[in-house]
Write a protein that binds this ligand. Structure first.
Ligand code: NAD
Ligand code: MG
Length: 384
């Protein structure tokens, strides 16, 4: 049986891993839409390779290049934020949501409204609009499959179990490249050092998020929406080897864990084939070669991100969307060389300390909170 597939963010790290997986089983998939922000030539080459129906760039100024690269083919070229939503709404059986940041929110919602299966990597959408998105999933009968490795692990460990029996859900965190750095060293951490993750090869934004531990903070909020056991049952353990991707402890004392190589093709494959399994070319797990697994409590003095995220979840309303927006601004500023590494969490804390907008109740209101929080974070960064 052939299934249709759309990849939102096809040129990124998750998008490439997804395409790599379906390269191995071309007869099983028909590609509907592939999207990117700009990279028109790269997107066009992928659309041609996979025989996609359409290719879409979010940035409309790149549409002319895309059209040019696709001339002579029957692939439809589109551009602009609305076109991303049209592509997402084209009704693929499976949509891989792999845009980075809140920019992915409207397209994810458009896919949810089709009631199809969404493999969700784009965690910022759940952080900013978790309640609204989860309600829409319910209303439209969509299937949300968590692709983030921790959440995919938890999803697998919860399968066939009763939520009422869960005692703890433990998210593991690698601790990032600066796990053992002092506060003084962290203040001087460079862009290049922060972009070198010890275990995972990922896009720039999530790599910086891993270094600050905002990635784990965002994942805490993501887990809170996906697995309704309550915030007080979610905890974080630092596990530098990234072999155990997360765990669920039940009330009888049993802990189920999912293990695997640090390769996103494993959780993506789990989503693509769910509830079945598919072959991947991933390296098998060689536990004797790994030798030992370590676990530590997170240090929220040096890495305040997880504390800020927990507080934002507790505050509820607009706070998680403000946290996400401020973090996106801060990461961009750090990558542009405008602020120091430790200023990332400081900027998020300063933005959250300002009066919060009212709780958003629709997608449009979340996007308005996001825009307002970005403006505020930018003003804190560069006072007029
Ligand atoms: P990436 O930067 O490698 O790729 C992002 C993709 O989104 C690209 O195709 C890019 O063109 C597109 N894009 C970026 N900005 C856009 C915009 N404004 N409008 C439309 N398209 C836009 O990112 P990634 O590492 O693949 O991560 C994607 C998402 O998956 C993020 O939310 C990340 O947190 C999550 N995630 C990634 C990994 C990983 O291993 N890379 C693991 C878990 C979760
Ligand atoms: Mg993760």
């Amino acid at each position: 049986m052939t299934r249709s597939l759309t990849i939102l963010g096809a040129t990124g790290s998750i998008g490439s891993s997804t395409l790599d997986l379906i390269r191995g089983e071309r007869d099983k998939w028909r590609v509907k839409a592939l999207t990117a922000n700009c990279s028109a030539r790269e997107l066009a080459a992928l659309a041609i390779e996979f025989g996609a129906d359409m290719a879409v760039v979010g940035d409309e100024t790149c549409l002319a290049d895309l059209r040019d690269a696709l001339s002579g083919t029957s692939i439809k070229a589109m551009g602009g934020p609305q076109a991303l939503c049209e592509a997402a709404a084209a009704g693929a059986d499976v949509t891989v949501a792999a845009i980075v940041g809140c920019a992915g929110l409207a397209p994810v919602m458009a896919a949810v409204e089709q009631g199809s299966t969404i493999a969700l990597a784009n965690k910022e959408t759940l952080v900013s609009a978790g309640d609204i998105l989860m309600q829409a999933v319910e209303r439209h009968g969509a299937t949300l499959l968590p692709t983030d490795s921790e959440h995919n692990a938890i999803f697998q460990c919860l399968h066939g179990q009763n939520m009422a029996d869960v005692r703890w859900i433990t998210l593991t965190a690698s601790g990032g490249p600066f796990r053992e750095w002092s506060a003084e060293q962290l203040a001087k951490a460079t862009r290049e050092q922060a972009l070198k993750h010890p275990n995972w090869d990922m896009g720039a934004k999530i790599t910086i998020d891993s270094a600050t531990m905002f990635n784990k903070g965002l994942e805490l909020i993501e887990a809170w929406h996906l697995f309704p056991v309550g915030l007080d049952r979610l905890r974080i353990v630092v596990h530098p080897q990234s072999v155990i991707h997360s765990m669920v402890e039940y009330r009888d004392g049993s802990t189920l864990a999912q293990l695997g190589p640090s390769d996103m093709r494993v959780p993506i494959a789990s989503c693509l084939a769910w509830p079945s399994r598919m072959d991947t070319a991933c390296k098998p797990l060689d536990l004797p070669a790994i030798g030992h697994l370590n676990f530590f409590h997170p240090d929220e003095e040096r890495f305040p991100a997880t504390k800020l995220a927990r507080e934002a979840a507790e505050a509820g309303g607009a706070a998680p969307a403000v946290l996400n927006a401020a973090n996106e601004v801060a990461v961009a500023a750090f990558l542009a060389g405008q602020i120091a590494f430790t200023q990332i969490s400081a900027l998020v804390a300063d933005t959250l300390a300002k009066p919060l907008p009212p709780a958003p109740t629709s997608l449009a209101e979340v996007l308005a909170v996001d825009a307002e929080a970005r403006q505020l974070a930018l003003r804190i960064l560069e006072p007029a």
